[in-house]
Write a protein that binds this ligand. Structure first.
Ligand code: FMN
Length: 342
C-alpha cells in the first residue's frame, strides 16, 4: 500500500540517508520480522454486525486522536525534507493525531509546538541528571502531553548500512536541537548502559507528565513498568534497529497484554504498514499503534502533505478493515479475530 510512496522517497533521498532511515541493526532479521509477523497473521472476520458508521476516535491521556494511530519518534527529519519536524507536525495535526518528537530531532521542540497539533516528547535519559531534567522541563514548557522514555538503547545498535556508507555525522547546519545546553553548545547523545528502574522513579519525581515506557518486549518488564508507576507501555524493538534477533513486536504483544492485565494502555510499534496490521494489533490488545518509517517516506516524498497522506491512508484503511471484520469501534475488537499464524 505504501510501497509507491517509499519508492518516491527513495528517489528523492541521498542513498546514505535512505539507508539511515530504512535500515536496521545487524543482518536486519528483526527489521524484516516485524513486517513478516503481521503478514503471517490470518483473520477470522464476523458478519451481519451493523458496522456503519464507524468511530475510530481514541483518547489517550485526555487527548482525542482521529484513530488509534500516532507518529513514532524518529531522528533527523531535516535529512528527509528541508521543513523537517515542522512538516511532520503539520501533517500529523492535519490527520488529527499526536507526533512524538524525538530527542534526536533537528528542530527545537518549541518551534515544533508552534507548528500546531498535540505533541509527546521522547527522551533518552542522559547520565547528566541535571541536563536530563532540563530537557524534560523544556518539553513540558513547550506543551508536550506525555514523556516517552526509550529504554531499549543501553548502547547503539550496530547499523551495517551506516558503517558501509560512512554515515556518522549530520551534514553541516543540522544538529540534535535537544542536546544544546545552557551555553548553546551541542552535546553528544549518550546511550546510558547504566540505566535502571531507579531512573524511572527519579523521572516520575521530575515530571507530572504521563510516562510511556518505550522499547520493552518481555512481559516481566511490562509488569515492572506498571509497578514503577508508568502510565503506558510501548511494545517496541526500535524498528529492528537495536537487538537484531529480537522478537517481532506483534509476536511479543499478547504476553505483554496479559501481564499488564488492563492496568495501563499497551501501545505497539514496528512493521505497521496497512489497516489490517493495525486491526490485528488492536484485536490482540494494543490500545493504539505508532508508525515510524511510513511517515518518513511521506515526509521525504511530499513534506507535510505526504505525512498527512500516509496517516489518512492508514486511518481509512483501518476504517475499511474494521467494517470488513465486523466491528464499528476499535474497542469492539477481540482476540478471536486473529485466527492463525501461517
Ligand atoms: C530512522 C529512524 C530513527 C529513529 N529514531 C528514534 C529516536 O530518536 N528515538 C526513539 O525512541 N526511537 C527511534 N526510532 C524507532 C521508532 O520510534 C519506532 O520504534 C520504529 O520506527 C517503529 O518501526 P517502523 O519504522 O517499522 O514503524 C527510529 C526509527 C527509525 C526508522
Amino acid at each position: 500500500m505504501l510501497t509507491e510512496l517509499a519508492a518516491r522517497a527513495r528517489a528523492r533521498l541521498d542513498p546514505a540517508h535512505w539507508d539511515f532511515f530504512a535500515g536496521g541493526a545487524g543482518d536486519e532479521r528483526t527489521l524484516r520480522a516485524n513486517e513478516e509477523a503481521f503478514q503471517r497473521l490470518r483473520l477470522l472476520p464476523r458478519v451481519l454486525r451493523a458496522t456503519g458508521p464507524r468511530d475510530l476516535r481514541t483518547t489517550l491521556f485526555g487527548t482525542e486522536l482521529s484513530a488509534p494511530l500516532l507518529v513514532a519518534p524518529t531522528a533527523f527529519h531535516r535529512l528527509a525534507h528541508p521543513d523537517g519536524e515542522l512538516a511532520t507536525a503539520r501533517g500529523a495535526a492535519a490527520a488529527g493525531t499526536v507526533l512524538v518528537v524525538s530527542m534526536a530531532a533537528t528542530t527545537p521542540v518549541e518551534d515544533i509546538a508552534a507548528a500546531g497539533g498535540p505533541l509527546w516528547f521522547q527522551l533518552y535519559p542522559q547520565p547528566d541528571l541535571e541536563f536530563t531534567a532540563a530537557v524534560v522541563r523544556r518539553a513540558e514548557r513547550a506543551g508536550c502531553r506525555a514523556l516517552v522514555v526509550t529504554v531499549d538503547s543501553p548502547v547503539f545498535g550496530r547499523r551495517e548500512r551506516d558503517r558501509r556508507n560512512g554515515f556518522t555525522d549530520l551534514p553541516a547546519g543540522l544538529v540534535c536541537e535537544h542536546l544544546r545546553d545552557g551555553t548553546g553548545r551541542v552535546r553528544d547523545i549518550v546511550m546510558d548502559a547504566d540505566l535502571g528502574w531507579e531512573r524511572i522513579d527519579w523521572l516520575r519525581g521530575v515530571t507530572g507528565l504521563p510516562i510511556v515506557l518505550k522499547g520493552l518486549l518481555h512481559p516481566a518488564d511490562a509488569l515492572l513498568a506498571v509497578e514503577h508507576g508508568v502510565s503506558a507501555v510501548l511494545v517496541s524493538n526500535h524498528g529492528g534497529r537495536q537487538l537484531d534477533g529480537a522478537v517481532a513486536t506483534v509476536d511479543a504483544l499478547p504476553a505483554v497484554v496479559k501481564a499488564v492485565g488492563g492496568q495501563v494502555p499497551v501501545l505497539l510499534d514496528g512493521g505497521i504498514r496497512c489497516g489490517a496490521d493495525i486491526l490485528a494489533a488492536l484485536a490482540l490488545g494494543a490500545g493504539a499503534v505508532l508508525v515510524g518509517r511510513p511517515v518518513l517516506w511521506g515526509l521525504a516524498a511530499a513534506g507535510a502533505d505526504g505525512v498527512r497522506q500516509v496517516l489518512d491512508l492508514l486511518r481509512e484503511d483501518l476504517d475499511r478493515a474494521l467494517a470488513l471484520a465486523g466491528a464499528r469501534r476499535p474497542a469492539d475488537l477481540t482476540g478471536d479475530l486473529v485466527a492463525a499464524r501461517c
